[in-house]
Design a protein around this ligand. Structure first.
Ligand code: GAR
Length: 205
């Protein structure tokens, strides 16, 4: 069975969607642990309610580089059986850049959700970026993490129309609804071994 860790920093709505979907669809996944870098992340309570173990690895004020911090995360992952051979990590609103060492150790086993149609609008406040730019469509992207930010192989995208009167908030709300649909679906495809990766392209079988 695949041991899953979900990394969060806040609200945890994508985490919740994934955890509920694993149960509902009886996916062959053991939701081993939810880890937050912030002690007050709302998602921690939701995870506990859903019966999933939680851990906090505080990043604020951490003395050390990115890899030093990620080594602490990896120690927790291993404690819960989330290893580079039978583990799987979902970044779900985890607002930290992952070190290349962590990515290499868990190669093609770390997934991320981004609230825009990559490669457009990477980085932060991307729903605002989309509204300000005046695009007619935006959306969300589930991708594998690689050694740079928001650039890994794309697994699923969903398109959301941008309305003339949209604000960053109204657009974010509609995008989030799609995130909750495609992230659990990408997790299911991964667990079923249906994602084939070739270079930066993926093929869903
Ligand atoms: C989501 O919209 C997610 O796509 C975004 O943060 C939000 C987390 O919400 N992630 C990023 O912007 C990563 N670059 P959630 O905590 O309710 O899942």
């Amino acid at each position: 069975m695949l041991n899953l860790a979900i990394l969060i920093s806040g609200r945890g709505s994508n985490m919740e969607a994934i955890l509920k979907s694993i149960k509902k669809k009886k996916m062959p996944i053991n939701p081993a642990v939810v880890i937050s870098n912030k002690p007050d992340a709302k998602g921690l309570k939701i995870a506990e309610k859903l019966g999933v173990k939680t851990e906090i690895v505080i990043s604020k004020g951490f003395k050390g580089d990115r890899w030093d911090y990620d080594k602490k995360i990896i120690t927790v992952l291993k404690r819960y059986g989330v290893t580079p051979t039978n583990g799987f990590v979902c970044l779900a609103g985890f607002m930290r850049i992952i070190s290349p060492q962590f990515i290499r150790k868990y190669k093609n086993r770390i997934m991320n959700i981004h609230p825009a149609l990559l490669p457009a609008f990477s980085g932060l406040e991307v729903q605002k970026q989309a509204v300000d730019y005046g695009v007619k469509y935006s959306g969300c992207t589930v991708h594998l993490a690689d050694e740079r930010v928001d650039t890994g192989p794309i697994i699923i995208q969903a398109v959301v129309k941008v309305n003339d009167n949209d604000t960053a908030e109204t657009l974010a709300k509609r995008i989030l609804k799609q995130e909750h649909r495609i992230y659990p679906e990408a997790v299911r495809l991964f667990a079923k071994g249906k994602i084939k990766i070739s270079g930066r392209k993926t093929k869903i079988s």
